[in-house]
Design a protein around this ligand. Structure first.
Ligand code: SAH
Length: 340
């Protein structure tokens, strides 16, 4: 059975033609799935009975079941979804003022091995398909009976390590006839897969790119993020500068502050030197504790000092709100699960 949510609108048109249907049917089906949000082909009442039967026999709507839902004291919700193959992934919904942001997972597990992140400590299983990425959003919207405003690819997995499916998912999310979420409200975060940063630059998609930087020199960055041995700080920064040149878009650098590791003024100085003159923004993340993790969160005082130093030296920096840490829903705390 093929997952009908794996098709963006253009692909679905072709798929329908290949089964002897007219292309306008694709738009009707898209509307049923992404606007009316039905869970069965049976409910797609403007399709002929014949077509509905054909769809039922050959395609699935891949509706995820919620295995568990937890709610933080700050209102953040964490969902554990059964992805229907014996695995489970986590998706987070954060609310702030009138913004509703979903943090989606892109893989079941992660291959990057960042030392401070819980998503990576357990073996990698597989990429999520574009339909499985999109389904996380549909399932959360169905649960809260509301639409969300922003999507961040900051859950489990390295989105650029699952490049094609992530791009296809973004096209479905962004399509006015799909989930209709503006590209400016979609962020993709990467640990720094340089060749894919160039690919993304050339996609002509207006989403925001976030780079998980966390350290400014190779020694420190490699000790935190093994991916730095593949693409070092110099190569990464060159790719970022080229990305800005090609897209004319601001990059957001993520920097998780760990006590006595990367949080003193020397580090801030190095960061200023590295980013000076770039069209960018720094998002400081108080590092979240994970099981068996060796990094400890910087003190609030230090975090503020670090931010102020950056701001005083021409780098726009803000501190990321810590949402959902009481339910292990904060940055770096999500994990894949196996279902017995
Ligand atoms: N793999 C992608 C996206 C996932 S994580 C990436 O690396 O960018 C989203 C952000 O949370 C990344 O910046 C990641 O480095 C950060 N992060 C991971 N573990 C963390 C932790 N324990 N505390 C704070 N931030 C963390």
């Amino acid at each position: 059975m093929k997952n009908i949510k794996n098709y963006n609108l253009e692909d679905l048109k072709q798929e329908l033609v290949s089964i002897g249907e007219k292309t306008y049917r694709a738009e009707q089906i898209f509307k049923w799935i992404y606007v009316d949000k039905v869970n069965t082909f049976e409910e797609m009442t403007n399709l002929s009975l014949d077509l509905r039967k054909k769809l039922e026999e050959n395609y699935t709507l891949c509706n995820f079941n919620i295995i568990k839902k937890q709610e933080s004291v700050d209102g953040t919700k964490k969902y554990l979804f059964d992805v229907l193959d014996g695995n489970a992934i986590e998706t987070v919904l954060m609310e702030y003022n009138s913004w509703k942001t979903i943090c989606v997972s892109s893989q079941i597990g992660c291959r990057m091995g960042c030392k401070f992140c819980a998503s990576t400590g357990i073996p990698f299983i597989r990429n999520l398909t574009s339909g499985e990425i999109v389904e996380q959003i549909l399932a959360v919207e169905q649960d809260i009976q509301d639409k969300v405003s922003n999507i961040v690819f900051m859950g489990i997995g390295e989105p650029l390590d699952n490049y094609d499916n992530v791009i296809k998912a973004i096209k479905i999310i962004n399509n006015p006839k799909g989930l209709n979420i503006g590209a400016r409200h979609i962020s993709v975060s990467t640990s720094g897969l340089v060749p894919r940063i160039y690919d993304l630059a050339n996609e002509n998609i207006q989403c925001t790119l976030s780079i998980s930087l966390h350290a400014t020199n190779d020694e420190k960055r490699s000790s935190m993020m093994p991916v730095n041995n593949l693409y070092n700080v110099k190569e990464l920064m060159k790719a970022c500068k080229d990305y800005i040149k090609i897209t004319n878009k601001r990059i957001s650098f993520e920097y998780a502050l760990a006590k006595d590791n990367n949080d003193n003024l020397e580090d801030a100085k190095e960061l200023v030197n590295l980013l000076k003159g770039m069209l960018c923004h720094v998002n400081l993340i108080p590092i979240n504790k994970i099981e068996n993790g060796k990094y400890i969160k910087s003190s609030n005082e230090n975090i503020i000092k670090f931010r102020d130093y950056l701001n005083e030296h021409g780098i726009v920096a803000t501190i990321r709100r810590e949402l959902g840490s009481d339910i292990d829903a904060a940055c770096g705390q999500l994990r894949r699960k196996s279902l017995e």
